[in-house]
Design a protein. Sequence first.
Length: 457
Amino acid sequence: METNASLEARRGTRPAATSSRMSRRRWLAASLGAGFAALGCRAGVAGQATPFPSPVSGSRDWQAERWVGGWAAAPHRPTAGFGDQFPSQILELDDQTVRQIVRASIGGEQVRVRLANTFGTKPLAIGAAHIALRDAEERIDPASDRELTFSGAPSVTIPPGALVLSDPVDLATPPLAELAVSLYFPQPTTTDTVHGFALQTNYVSASGDFTAATAVPVDSTTQSWVFLTGVDVAVAAPTGAIVALGDSITDGTGSTPETNRRWPDLLAKRLVADTHAPLAVLNEGIGGNRLLHDPPPGFEFAGPNALARFDRDVLAQSGVTHLIVFEGINDIGMPAIADVPAEAVSADDLIVGLTQLVERAHERGIVALGATITPFEGAVYYSAKSEATRQAVNGWIRTSAVFDGVIDFDAVVRDPARPTQLLAAYDSGDHLHINDVGYQAMADGIDLSLFDMAGRD
């Protein structure tokens, strides 16, 4: 195992400034601006194809619209579940409505939703869809209820592997507002595209289309989001979105359900209060996720590896300006507990993977921030070898200047007296995941100047 010193010497690393600016990004921005000017287009707006008749195009000024992701969840395959603490993510729906609750990180005057059949093997029929402001539990504010259409139609069939956007609807959405998205499934449907650990109760109806109902007759509940991967918000002023790409600690494992106390939620709350940086925050964490490998059998909930899902979960999100990468702990620990020794990784392997994510973000002009891996001594993953790998990767994140800035979560949550462990006040109980207090400390420990919009040169 290479030490930090040998890695740094071999790679020619240098101290990283948390708000460093890369000359390549300046060149990229200038080149893109010149290219758009030559085409007679505004920077950041794709050239328009020859218009053709459409049920929704005539009244829309496409170029004037500014869409930013207000909420997102990363899709993955469901897992059958085991034990009382891990219910099955596989639901069998038929002539039923599912009302799903999400919290927008940023406000606006219009919204649209993203529905995905990412892992489906047959077409997915959505018979009706509505969005509204949530009242309480499964109830909505009826005055805010809006029917969603798809290219002008009230229903849509999504091909296997595909995603659809709804048409925009007028809905004044305050920052941090809770929204209810109701989907009607008229045909037998298996939930093969989910976000399994929503930490949010969602409601499955008795038979019938209740998408427009103020209250749904609840047949059952689920802690998963199904087929719903995003809610975009139209904003009046230029802004952007931060994508948090990570694993269970980003997904919020260890936080209190129903309270939106994941660290990205708490960062969004800080940003709403900070008028200098009115940015959205999109949580693209998946419990058990790895940077370099897909999940072994029985761990389907861990989702595709971060390199594989990067285009869908980061680059395809609306209005992305910043990326926080917080991955690596499961690459280090899962091969041993899942009995897949061939998937063991070195610090060098992780460094190569992390560098690839930065390169792909920079290709799109996205500011890439690296978060250090948090301590886990006492957890099932821990060994002297795994700790050495963690320390080597963290040393590289802090000093290499490959990332545009560093968020040192390790320094925030570790025990100063024993830095290989979480501070007891932040430990959820398994010595790996963080509790509500620790997630607040993580959010508070992020320097908001890293997201200075004026600095995206």
